[in-house]
Design a protein around this ligand. Structure first.
Ligand SMILES: [Zn+2]
Length: 267
């Protein structure tokens, strides 16, 4: 195996192949062939800025994108309306909202009667798994995306997982995403009878929040219609204090982009 091939397969393994700028003409041809053979993609869209950028990235490859949002009983339900706006703004071919009420189990500050933490020290975010972790959330979200993808005869799934500027969730790590990709090929009729290869694309995996924002702006994402806060006011305004607000706000600052977020209290 040539070293360039190895690099490519390693990139594929963490689901970041097609969104990278091709380094050579041969890479560009391979990239184009990969795009051409795809019938479309299912993109998980939460209503936040990461998944909006992922949808825009997927759309920029010219494929039809079917947006999937999961209403899991999250405290910040306002994000579901944000997801509807994002799917329309970015031209999703279709959008489905699936309800799976994880409040039945609770166990997270997002689905149970547990206060959303306000980190004292922003630099400590990601060091330990916080109470906003929702047990097995990305496994559940990806399973639903996989089910819909199989029905649509699609093998590409996009998720806005990021392992930098994130809250330290275990199901955002590349080894988890690789394992899910393996599972998808074993778990489905498409993967077994038809020998289709599912791919989980997490193009933001190694991106900082400011890079995500800058790229999103280039792709025409309207971040003003996205929602990130875990603990919004009754009016849907961001708290400015939770992990997600802090990472979002710092991202806009570092990107040099005006933060369009509506905050409950001006600080
Ligand atoms: Zn917040």
């Amino acid at each position: 195996m040539k070293s360039s091939d190895r690099t490519s397969s390693e990139r594929r393994a963490v689901g970041v192949t097609i969104e990278e700028t091709p380094a050579t003409l041969a890479d560009a041809e391979k990239w184009r062939a990969q795009v051409d053979e795809r019938k479309g993609a299912v993109a998980l869209v939460s209503g936040g800025l990461d998944s909006a950028t992922v949808l825009a990235l997927a759309r920029s490859t010219g494929i039809d994108c079917h947006a999937l949002t999961v209403d899991y009983g999250q405290r910040h339900r306002v994000e579901i309306e944000a997801a509807r706006r994002v799917a329309v703004q970015l031209g999703a071919a279709s959008h489905r909202v699936v309800a799976v009420d994880l409040r039945v189990f609770g166990g997270s500050a997002l689905t149970d009667d547990i206060a959303v933490p306000n980190p004292e020290n922003a630099d400590s975010i990601g060091e330990t798994i916080p109470s906003t972790y929702v047990p097995a959330r990305n496994t559940i979200l990806l399973s639903l995306a996989l089910a819909w993808a199989e029905v649509l005869d699609i093998t590409d799934i996009y998720i806005g997982a990021t392992a930098r500027d994130f809250s330290g969730y275990p199901d955002c790590r590349p080894e988890f995403l690789r394992a899910f990709e393996h599972l998808a090929n074993l778990a489905t009729r498409a993967g077994t009878e038809k020998r289709r290869q599912f791919h989980v694309h997490a193009p933001l995996l190694n991106w900082t929040k400011d890079k995500i924002i800058r790229r999103g702006v280039e792709l025409g994402v309207n971040f003003g219609i996205t929602h990130s806060c875990y603990d919004p006011s009754a009016e849907g305004l961001a708290c400015g204090l939770c992990d997600s607000c802090i990472l979002r706000r710092r991202g806009f600052e570092a990107a040099g982009v005006d933060d369009p977020t509506g905050y409950a209290e001006s600080e």
